[in-house]
Design a protein around this ligand. Structure first.
Ligand code: NAP
Ligand code: G4F
Length: 350
C-alpha cells in the first residue's frame, strides 16, 4: 500500500504557497506549512483549504520563521517530510532597496538556514528528501532576453542579489553533500491571489475600484518595463515536477512571451471598461534605483526534461484578475452603501 507523502512548505501563506498547497492536497499529500506569527491573521489565501486540526485535516500549520534556524531544524525532525519547498521571502523588489539588510537575512541567509536544517535532517533520518528553492528571473537582471539556464546572472536589486546567493547555496550543498536540491528560476507569475503591491494586481485592483467610483487615480512607475507573465497555478506544477525528476537540477520556468506594463494596463483597462489615460498618473516613488528592463524566458529545458508547459494564456490571466477584482470592488460598494466604512488597503506603497 502506498504511504502518504508529506510536504513541508515555507511561505505557504503567499500566492504560490496557496496554489502549491491545493496541488499537493489534490495529489493526496499531507501538507505542513510554516507560518509567521503575526498580530493579524495572515492565512486568507489558505482559509478555503484549512480544516480544524482536531479533525485531523491533511493541512497542518506550524509557527516558524526563516530567521529561526533551530525551529526549522526541529520542525523537519518532527514532521519527516519527503519534499521541502522554500517559497518564503521578502519578495518585493522595490521594498528590498529600502530594507536591503533584512531582505538579505531572509532571502539569502534564511534559505541557507533552511538548507542547513535540511542537510542535518537528511543525514539523521537516513532518507533522501527533496528540496525546492524558489529562484527568480530577477537574477538575470540586466542580461538581455531571451534568458535561459546558461544566461549569466546580473542582479539589479538587493532582492535579486540575495536570490543569486540562495541559488548558489543550493548548488553548493548539492555538490558538497550530494543532496537533492533543485533551483527553479521562475519568471513573473500572477493570479487573482497576487499580492496587491505587485504591478499587475495593483492595476486590476485599482481598475475595479475606479470602474465603480470608489477610487479616482492610479499612481504607477515605469510603464516601459517588459515582463514574461504566466499564471501561478501553472508555475507551482513546475515546482512539483522538478522534485519528481530523477536527479536534482536547475530549471527556467517561463511562457516565452513578454509584454510591457503599459500593454498589461491597456488590456486590463479594456476588459474593465475604463479609460486608463484619464486616471493613471506617474509617481517617482514607484521607480526603482536600478530597473530590470526586459525579462523573457526560454523554458525549453523544462519542456524537454520535465514535460512542463504553461496552460493558461496571458489573455485569460488578465481577464481572470480583472473579473475577480471587479467582484471585490462590487462587494466593497455594497458594504459602503450599507453604511460600513471599508478602509483603503495598505499604508505603505509598492
Ligand atoms: P509572496 O506572495 O510574497 O509570499 C511570500 C511568502 O513568504 C509568504 O508566505 C510570507 O509570509 C513568507 N515569508 C516572508 N518572510 C518570511 C520569513 N521571515 N520567514 C518565513 N516565511 C516568510 O511570494 P510569491 O509570489 O508567492 O512567491 C513565492 C516565492 O517565489 C518567493 O520566494 C518569491 O521571491 C519567489 N518568486 C516569485 C515570483 C513571482 O512572480 N510570484 C517569481 C520568481 C520567484 P507572510 O504571509 O507572513 O508575509
Ligand atoms: O510587479 P513587480 O513589482 O514585479 P517584479 O519587480 O518584476 O518582481 C516580481 O517578479 C520577480 C520575478 O521576476 C519575483 F522574483 C519577485 O519576487 C516579484 O514577484 O514589477 C514589475 C514591473 C517593474 O519593472 C516595475 O518597475 O512593473 C514596474 N512597475 C511600474 N509601476 C511597478 C509599478 N511595479 C510596482 N510594484 N508598482 C508600481 O506602481
Amino acid at each position: 500500500m502506498a504511504t502518504t507523502k508529506k510536504a513541508f512548505i515555507c511561505g505557504i501563506t503567499g500566492q504560490d504557497g496557496s496554489y502549491l498547497t491545493e496541488l499537493l492536497l489534490g495529489k493526496g499529500y499531507e501538507v505542513h506549512g510554516m507560518i509567521r506569527r503575526t498580530s493579524t491573521f495572515n492565512t486568507d489565501r489558505l482559509d478555503h483549504l484549512y480544516e480544524d486540526p482536531h479533525e485531523s485535516g491533511a493541512l497542518r500549520l506550524h509557527y516558524g520563521d526563516l530567521a529561526n534556524a533551530a525551529r526549522m531544524r526541529r520542525l523537519l525532525g518532527e514532521i519527516h517530510p519527503d519534499e521541502i519547498y522554500n517559497l518564503g521571502a521578502q519578495s518585493h523588489v522595490r521594498v528590498s532597496f529600502d530594507q536591503a539588510e533584512y531582505t538579505a537575512d531572509i532571502v539569502a541567509t534564511g534559505a541557507l538556514r533552511l538548507m542547513e536544517a535540511f542537510r542535518d535532517y537528511a543525514q539523521e533520518s537516513g532518507t533522501r528528501p527533496r528540496f525546492y528553492q524558489a529562484g527568480s528571473s530577477e537574477m538575470f537582471g540586466a542580461s538581455a532576453p531571451p534568458q535561459n539556464e546558461a544566461t549569466p546572472f546580473y542582479p539589479r536589486s538587493p532582492y535579486a542579489v540575495s536570490k543569486v546567493a540562495a541559488h548558489w547555496y543550493g548548488i553548493n550543498q548539492r555538490e558538497a553533500y550530494g543532496l537533492f536540491i533543485s533551483n527553479g528560476i521562475l519568471f513573473n507569475h500572477e493570479s487573482p491571489r497576487r499580492g496587491e503591491t505587485f504591478v499587475t494586481r495593483k492595476i486590476t485592483r485599482a481598475l475595479g475600484r475606479i470602474k465603480l467610483g470608489l477610487q479616482e487615480k492610479l499612481y504607477l512607475g515605469n510603464l516601459d518595463a517588459r515582463r514574461d507573465w504566466g499564471h501561478a497555478a501553472d508555475y507551482v506544477r513546475a515546482m512539483w515536477m522538478m522534485l519528481q525528476h530523477e536527479t536534482p537540477d536547475d530549471f527556467v520556468v517561463a511562457t516565452g512571451d513578454s509584454h510591457s506594463v503599459r500593454e498589461f494596463l491597456e488590456m486590463a483597462a479594456d476588459i474593465a471598461g475604463v479609460d486608463w489615460k484619464k486616471c493613471v498618473e506617474k509617481d517617482p516613488r514607484y521607480f526603482r534605483p536600478t530597473e530590470v528592463d526586459a525579462l523573457e524566458g526560454d523554458a525549453s529545458k523544462a519542456r524537454r526534461m520535465l514535460g512542463w508547459k504553461p496552460e493558461i494564456s496571458f489573455a485569460s490571466l488578465v481577464r481572470s484578475m480583472v473579473e475577480h477584482d471587479l467582484e471585490l470592488a462590487q462587494q466593497e460598494l455594497t458594504l459602503t452603501k450599507a453604511g460600513h466604512r471599508v478602509a483603503p488597503r495598505g499604508g505603505a506603497h509598492g
